[in-house]
Design a protein around this ligand. Structure first.
Ligand code: CA
Length: 226
């Protein structure tokens, strides 16, 4: 199967040029010209690699990366303008896999893409999260219990993923809010309790499990003995 690459780049001519080159190299390419649409597409789990421009309208490349990393570990190569050391440093801190500085030779980009894809390995490998019969696949954004698919909303999915990623660790409501809802969330901390209830009704009650435990006065945890 051809590796799928998403290009998030607002300069349409440049995006088309990249698309042509990458297609010629045998990649399957999609494009987004705005931060927000780019983020939505990247979150879909349909891509093997994201090429992300730092300077974007709507949502900056850095913000796209920050939000994407809440739910996805898809490899990201940041495209930074000129020689902005700050962009490189904060891009790598935020979870970019590599960066490349404009203007660049296409050969350099191709080498970086090959390198990042090689390091990432086959898509499904080691990325699936599970606890007992509950299996969550971040790439396809699917959850199954004993092989039976469970329909979750985006927020429910993100919450379950975060709990599974931190299996065995008791997570406070505040931590969960920060990581799943985002630092800019303004609302009630009981949003967490509400969504835990949703998850329990769709998973615990529906399948007779005890997946999510409440630790009184502290928060929530998934342990493996469910
Ligand atoms: Ca740009």
């Amino acid at each position: 199967m051809k590796p799928k690459i998403l290009i998030i780049e607002d300069e349409e001519k440049f995006a088309r040029f990249l698309e042509m080159e990458l297609t010629y190299e045998g990649y399957e390419v999609s494009k987004a010209h705005h931060g927000r649409t780019g983020l939505e597409m990247a979150e879909s789990g349909d891509y093997d690699l994201v090429l992300l421009d730092v300077m974007l309208p709507g949502l900056s490349g850095m913000e796209v990366l920050r939000r994407l990393r809440r739910t996805s570990s898809v490899p990201v190569i940041m495209v930074t303008a000129r020689d902005s050391v700050m962009d490189k440093v904060s891009g790598l801190d935020t979870g970019a896999d590599d960066y490349i500085t404009k203007p660049f030779a296409i050969e350099e980009l191709l080498a970086r893409i090959r390198n990042v894809l090689r390091k990432a390995g086959p898509r499904a490998e080691g990325k699936v999260l599970r606890s007992g019969e509950v299996v969550l696949d971040p790439w396809s954004r699917r959850v199954t219990v004993g092989g039976v698919p469970v329909e979750l909303t985006k927020r429910e999915f993100d919450l379950l993923q975060y709990l599974l990623e931190n299996k065995g660790i008791v997570l406070s409501r505040e931590t969960i809010l920060e990581r799943v809802w985002g630092y800019d969330f303004e609302g009630e901390t009981n949003a967490v309790d509400v969504y835990i209830r949703f998850l329990r009704s769709k998973i615990d009650e529906a399948f007779g499990l005890k997946l999510i435990s409440t630790v009184r006065g502290v928060g929530y945890v998934i342990r493996d003995e469910n």
